[in-house]
Ligand binder design. Sequence first.
Ligand SMILES: [Zn+2]
Length: 414
Amino acid sequence: MRAAAAVDQDRLWRRHMAMAEIGAIPGNGVNRPCLSSDDIRARALLLDWLPRGRQPAVDRIANLFVRRPGRDPNALPVVVGSHMDSQPAGGRFDGIFGVLAGLEALEALDAAGIATLHPIDLVAWTNEEGGRFQPGAMGSAVFTGALGLQSCLKLTDRAGIRFEDALQTTLAATPGLPRRDFRFPIAAYLEPHIEQGPRLENAHRQIGVVTGIQGARWYVVEVTGEAAHAGTAPLAGRKDALRAAVRMIAALQELMHDPQDQLRFTVGRLEVVPNSPNTVPAKVSFSIDFRHPEARVLDERGGRIEAVCRANAGPCAVTVAETFNRAPCVFPDAIVDAIERAAALAGHSHMRLPSGAFHDANFLADVTPTGMIFVPCRKGISHSPAEYAAPEDLAAGARVLAATLADLAGGAAD
Ligand SMILES: [Zn+2]
């Protein structure tokens, strides 16, 4: 376990705190939108920390790669990492932990003098969160071919800034970096992440050996009514888009009721036009985020969303657009077993669990054997400034990662 033993808990924690200063918001939170000036600063800081002689590279969607060469120049790389962007009011650990744990694991392999057969590529995927440009996990989806780059370029954020322009600004901030191709062949992909749920903490385990990721379907519902004076327009004749939207959301909550509490249903964004206290709402759009580990449930309930919205539209018009549909994924036994072995060897308590949240690993799982390593976060809170993970748990995750890498990448005598 030389690789695991070489993980430096203090260095890993210091780097988390330094990254958390970039895009810091009150209450210990982080707002680091993808391809923003803060994203560019975070990328620059990561590059500053690279061990001497490590050559970074980018692809055309600004996914950032750093290679640690292997003994066999023809062997496929084992890729490890996560994302550096955050939710608008996000925490200090979501995503960035996977990147910093990956960097820490590479340094641990160096310190332990372990030369792996396979090269190891550290990666920071572009736009995992989808807070600024939708859909999320864009970098990994484009990399793996699930999404075309062209379809992303013309997207705009809420300020009207084009994805293409933000991307060019980000790429221009690191001139001269070699370019990597999309979809280069990969031996395996590992992603460390905070759990973003309470199961590890409740079970008093330090490591989650992730068995797969539940599926997700996302929608945008647009309700069109008619603006009118709030003081004069009789209720009977109104086409109040917000009243219709409220009915729809209530009916959708009924549709999505799950006594086992496995199903996840969220309306997280509601936009009202003209959003004036004295005007009957003319237009409302709201988002739906619906997830479940079973494809059957995703198909069946998801297939009824549009009909439920229509049935509750009253005098308004409604359109339902599915913006994202991702089947559940199951990680291969070989990777799950390797992570479990590494956790046992490193002496960290562990348990198997599925991922409730969606990750870049979902897309990588389409093209290479994939696994995830979870560490606990306090009360399971994430996507919030209150998100917290303990230094010793982050280090445990990095140790398990280093040991798993040494195993999967063919480390000598570890
Ligand atoms: Zn994340």
